[in-house]
Design a protein around this ligand. Structure first.
Ligand code: AHR
Length: 507
């Protein structure tokens, strides 16, 4: 009794009323399934912005590049990240992009002024270069069409160029350009952030809804197998709920996903506030899920509409600077891990997510003329993409909380999955506590734990620790432990992200 009282006094937040052992608790039950985790929630994004494409993916003449000009080290890092699909070519850039500029012999391609970011676009890297890069990176292309300054014809011709085998103007042009086989691009976004005043060709919801619907019809008539992503709102200061409702109303029979975007920041340098910023993303998902349900009551189609969270990250230090080359620290990596927890927790409706971006520009991979290295945010994404597959589980979490603006924020942010093939549960835990490890009982509700658990921990010396070309201060460390019976007790270290794979026996 006295010992419990002392623990309650000594440990910030107190550990009273926490069951027999006084530990935090996470209950996992392989029968409480929320939905299949789509591999596409571990995607990225590359835009013609700063050194993302030129100097990132593509640098002809560099000793680090292959015969086609693709940076070999960046390809290797992308494969190591196991990114499932990559969105291209923007972003804001796409709203002034005309894809025909970027095909055929490179010498004949026009240089254009890009009005989104204010630079010159040589068009040396275009459709065929991107698709070929994706093949080498073992990832899938996801295109975004120009619904700002572009036309419906441009959009449907792009589908024809990429996906029709032969015998038409655009497919035969692709073949003459050296690509006999169709690119088979499955995922297409109907414009980018069209609700934003900053967007070239910005529209109101009605105008965008009508235009996107007519474009969608033409694109699907060219190739019925493509999947379309309607642009949801990204301007959360505006009437974002009305926008999403309106565009879903227009596209309810044609779009397969609605896009959400969210960037978070820590300008006020308030660690605990920053750690809770991604809660808004979960709220936006819940609200949009409701709007989808509403639209579906009036739809003719029966297959569901999902959410594509196709831009997310931490972005504030380098925002507005020419290169937008954010250098990330440990606290950023923890925040990214909470985004990923959210996508897994909502795997029944979030079927695609793309970290913005992939290389140099607000990115997990950083390249220089000499080589490339992993930013802190690389590690949680790599762990999720490598290990967190199967079915998302509905978990129960009981842990201490902290106060933030009238809300209570749990120190532990948790998601879980059941990998049926491996017979393992995957438990993902971000410990937001800056100073304290949190000892936690992970309780198995169906079957029992049986065997060697593998623990992957992302952590570093302090929350501001950064990586560089010469030092990986923040990285993944792997450990093993025995897990048997109905309880596995683990102390999640202060300011850490941990992914644990634990075998479950059900007979
Ligand atoms: O990822 C950077 C930019 O952020 C994208 O171009 C735009 O879509 C968003 O506002």
């Amino acid at each position: 009794m006295l010992a419990a009282l002392v623990a309650a006094v000594l440990i910030p937040g107190g550990l009273w009323a926490r069951g027999k052992t006084g530990n935090a608790r996470i209950k996992v039950d392989i029968e409480r399934q929320k939905g299949e985790i789509d591999r596409n929630i571990y995607g990225n994004f590359v835009e013609h912005l700063g050194r993302c494409i030129y100097g990132g993916l593509y640098e002809p003449g560099s000793p680090l590049s292959d015969e086609k000009g693709y940076r070999r080290d960046v390809l290797e890092a992308t494969r190591a990240l196991r990114t499932s699909l990559v969105r291209w070519p923007g972003g804001n850039f796409v709203s002034g992009y005309h894809w025909e500029d970027g095909i055929g012999p490179q010498a004949g391609r026009p240089t254009r002024i890009d009005l989104a970011w204010g630079f010159r676009e040589s068009n040396a890297f275009g459709t065929d270069e991107f698709v070929e890069w994706c093949r080498r990176a073992a990832t899938e292309p996801y295109f975004c069409v120009n619904l700002g300054t572009g036309t419906m014809d441009e959009a449907r011709n792009w589908v024809e160029y990429c996906n029709v085998e032969k015998g038409t103007y655009w497919s035969d042009l692709r073949r003459r350009n050296g690509y006999e086989k169709p690119h088979k691009v499955k995922y297409w976004a109907l414009g980018n952030e069209m609700d934003g005043q900053w967007q070239m060709g910005h529209k109101n919801a009605e105008d965008y809804g009508k235009f996107a619907l007519e474009t969608a019809k033409l694109m699907k008539w060219i190739d019925r197998d493509i999947k379309l992503v309607v642009a949801g709102s990204s301007d959360y200061n505006g009437n974002w709920i009305d926008w999403n409702r309106t565009v879903l109303e227009y596209l309810k029979n044609h779009a397969d996903y609605i896009a959400l975007h969210n960037y978070v920041e820590n300008r006020s340098n308030d660690y605990y506030k920053f750690m809770a910023t991604t809660r808004f993303a979960e709220k936006a998902i819940r609200i949009t899920e409701g709007l989808i349900a509403e639209a579906m009551t009036k739809a003719e189609r029966k297959d569901p509409i999902y959410i594509a969270f196709d831009e997310y990250n931490v972005w504030y230090r380098a925002k507005g600077e020419e290169g937008n080359e954010e250098v990330y620290n440990l606290e950023d990596a923890l925040v990214v891990s909470t985004f990923l927890n959210i996508f897994v927790r909502n795997a029944h409706v979030v079927k695609m997510a793309n970290m913005a971006q992939l290389v140099n520009v607000i990115a997990p991979i950083f390249s220089t003329k000499e080589g490339s290295w992993y930013q802190t945010i690389f590690y949680p994404l790599q762990l999720f993409a490598t290990h967190c597959h199967g079915t998302s589980l509905d978990t129960f979490v009981d842990c201490d909380t902290y106060a933030l603006g009238g809300e209570r924020i749990p120190y532990l942010d948790v998601s879980a999955a059941y990998d049926n093939e491996a017979g393992e549960v995957i438990v993902n835990v971000t410990n937001r506590h800056r100073e304290q490890a949190i000892t936690t009982d992970i309780l198995c509700q169906t079957g029992r734990f049986g065997g060697k658990a593998t623990v992957y921990e992302v952590n570093g010396p302090d929350i501001k620790a950064e990586n560089s070309m010469t030092r990986q201060a923040v990285k993944t460390v792997t450990k093993e432990a025995q897990a048997r019976g109905d309880r596995f007790t683990y102390a999640f270290p202060a300011h850490s992200f941990t992914l644990i794979r634990i075998p479950v026996v059900t007979d």
